[in-house]
Write a protein that binds this ligand. Sequence first.
Ligand code: ADP
Length: 247
Amino acid sequence: MKRIALEVNHLSYTFPDGTEALKDISLSVKEGEKVMIIGPNGAGKSTLLLNFNGILRGKGEVKIFGEPVTRKNLKKIRSRVGLVFQNPEDQLFMPKVVDDVAFGLFGRGVNREEIEDRVKKVLKELGLESLAEKAIHQLSLGEKKKVSLATVLVLEPDILILDEPTSGLDPGCRRWVINYLKKSDRTTVVATHDLDLAWQVGETMIIMDRGEIVARGRKEEILGNKDLLEPHGLEVPLLYLLERFSP
Ligand code: ADP
């Protein structure tokens, strides 16, 4: 039996201006599972992800491998739950790529030699060695998104959380992200409205709209169901149709 990696029980979140962004959300993600949270803009996807590692803390419970996220254990929780923001400007703040990738390892009791090794290893794994000495501001959006992923993977999180990993990317970079996520065997949660990505990467789909979970199920059940998707501004992904109806 696989362990439950992430569990959310009756989570609600209201922003200080009164916007109810999450309303009584409950879900669970098994170890090794890849879950796609899909839904229109403003559905509450980003707010939900920010609750997974305690950046936001709503009413209700979030548990990581059985341990509730509290104010006291945030450091430990964040070492297990790696969050890649939609906008790399929120993730990257050092002048140079190597320094940004190394940054999270400082203050974790990792010695300098090991930091260098781990940074090199993750840059190699992602095929980013040639960017190591570059200044962040010289990178393209696609490169910045890849480096953002590296800053999280270097910490070897048990759960990888990504917010709109393909938004704004050209087809080549988008394919790179999809291939990476397909190959990875890490527990992964992705919030996206790129349903072709969801189809290729995910096993389980959760549809969110207006702060609520409106449907969840296996990818075929959800992504092949026009009547379920359309009321929430979503469409059956082209790749589903191609695979299903090509001779
Ligand atoms: P999604 O990621 O699905 O596009 P968000 O989680 O960003 O949705 O937003 C959910 C709701 O919360 C939206 O109505 C949005 O306008 C609102 N919201 C997001 N951030 C804030 C904030 N800082 N203050 C007030 N409302 C916010």
